[in-house]
Design a protein around this ligand. Sequence first.
Ligand SMILES: C[S@@+](CC[C@H](N)C(=O)[O-])C[C@H]1O[C@@H](n2cnc3c(N)ncnc32)[C@H](O)[C@@H]1O
Length: 204
Amino acid sequence: MRNLLYNHIINDFTNHSYKSCLEYFPCDSNILDIGIGNGKMLKTFHPLIRSKQLSITGIDINKVYLKNCKRLIKKYHLQDHLTIYHEPIEYFSPPNNEFYDFVLFSMSFMLFNDQPLILDKVKSYLHPDGEIVFFQTMFKKKSWLLDFTKPKLKYLTTIDFGKATYENEFFALLEKHELSVLQDKVTPRKCGKGEGRMIVARQN
Ligand SMILES: C[S@@+](CC[C@H](N)C(=O)[O-])C[C@H]1O[C@@H](n2cnc3c(N)ncnc32)[C@H](O)[C@@H]1O
């Protein structure tokens, strides 16, 4: 049921996010996908992942989503390209102390209460010229209604949409963490007054 709801509600954003991000990653990239979800994107993007020889480590806290993701990895024979872990980012350490070319937050960054801690953590998992890629809905103007309702949507839908991401606060956070923005792409995906944006940042 959770998986069905998830598919129905965020499928379009998921496809858009992974299309933008997977196209951005160069061939042979090593990627940490934080909050990979149910792997639904694999149905569309398995040929791209394979042809670009991407190596993706996906982590998530939701066992039901990961079970579905595991099933799709098997179905599309992606075992050499995707490894998944049931672990929260707060406790995750890269296996074999490996470093990543990219850390990806596809619609997951807004879920974290302690975003500064998460940024510090993932910065240490990147190669020196590694990049953090965020795909998220961003709002320009503060809205008390949005701040009140968005965190409560999970009680209605069972899906946690986290808190609203405001442009000025998000960029201030990146600056504080000595991350400079390399790319900021507005996509055609809209959610009310929010814009679906892909933002790429690198350590200064
Ligand atoms: C909105 S979904 C996005 C899933 C997928 N990346 C996409 O774009 O469709 C956010 C995901 O983050 C996961 N998540 C939430 N908190 C997490 C945490 N602390 N560590 C790892 N994953 C987390 C959720 O279980 C959920 O699958």
